[in-house]
Ligand binder design. Structure first.
Ligand code: SF4
Ligand code: SF4
Length: 269
């Protein structure tokens, strides 16, 4: 089984993205995230990605539904069912060939000493890089994907590492944050944990907060509409935006959210 076989098999199992890194590329990571700490004998790290469908962000964009679509098809089921299934099937295919394959998702479970660094693995596997806003960006989908990982004893040819330069002359994610969580370009995750603009606190996730559908994440998606490979016939944003402040009251009342205190930043809007 070579790299081309792995990619074919992953795509047959539903993957939208597949990248491969020789494990040596990750030698700079702390022991707690080095694949060889988790699985001695690992030779290659395979990163598999599923796109997060743009349509799953629609309910949050319009302020009409948070959990029913995105919470299921963009977040929980996406990771724990669709992505997990793809990773599982690829692991089975590798183990049928007589090589060990350990599947991982981007989870940080209390009590575990090993905490995967999914973004580092995806970068080493040539899938993209982390942008200014803290999102992992790929040329195909921008910030809109989730990754699963396989550590395997199978030796594979790695993909070329790439850096996405989408963030040049762009601050859209930072400007879209109503809580001003970015300070001097650094994100204060404490704000995100209590953010009510489409962010989901996920205690057992390595990221701790899922920001893909939050005000910042949707701004990133819109900023990259004409730059990523996965383009659409129509623009995503249809109406004026809604945003909520720290208290949960409206900052900008785009759709059904009205009333509340208007922080200075938005008074003139
Ligand atoms: S999740 Fe909320 S608080 Fe955090 S950066 Fe995004 S919009 Fe701001
Ligand atoms: S919105 Fe712009 S600056 Fe922020 S992560 Fe996306 S591309 Fe980079």
């Amino acid at each position: 089984m070579n790299s081309a076989d792995i990619k074919r098999s992953a795509r047959d199992s539903g993957a939208d993205l597949v990248g491969i890194a020789p494990v040596e590329r990750l030698g700079y990571l702390p022991e707690t995230a080095d694949p060889r700490t988790f699985a001695p004998g690992t030779r290659s790290v395979i990163v598999v990605g599923h796109r997060i469908m743009r349509g799953t962000l629609r309910g949050i964009e319009e302020g009409t539904s948070f959990f029913n679509t995105y919470g299921c098809f963009g977040l929980n089921w996406m990771q724990d069912q669709f992505l997990a299934r793809t990773v599982y099937e690829l692991c089975c295919a590798i183990e049928r060939e007589g090589f060990e394959a350990s599947p991982l998702l981007g989870k940080d479970i209390a009590g575990n000493s090993f905490v995967p660094d999914i973004n580092a693995y995806a970068h080493a596997a040539g899938l993209g890089s982390v942008g200014k806003g803290g999102f992992f960006l790929t040329p195909e989908y921008g910030h809109r994907q989730r990754f699963g990982v396989i550590f395997t004893t199978l030796e594979l040819e790695g993909d070329e590492v790439i850096e996405c330069d989408f963030c040049k002359d762009c601050n859209a994610c930072m400007e879209a944050c109503p809580l001003e969580a970015y300070k001097d370009g650094k994100l204060d995750l404490e704000y995100c944990k209590i953010c009510r603009n489409g962010a989901f606190a996920v205690a057992d996730s390595c990221e701790k907060v899922d920001r893909c559908a939050a005000s910042c994440g949707r701004a990133c998606m819109i900023a990259l509409e004409d730059k990523v490979g996965n383009r659409f016939a129509a623009r995503f944003r249809k109406r004026s935006i809604w945003q909520r402040g720290l208290s949960g009251s409206s900052v900008t009342a785009g759709n059904q959210f009205t009333g509340g205190v208007c922080p200075k930043k938005f008074e003139s809007k």
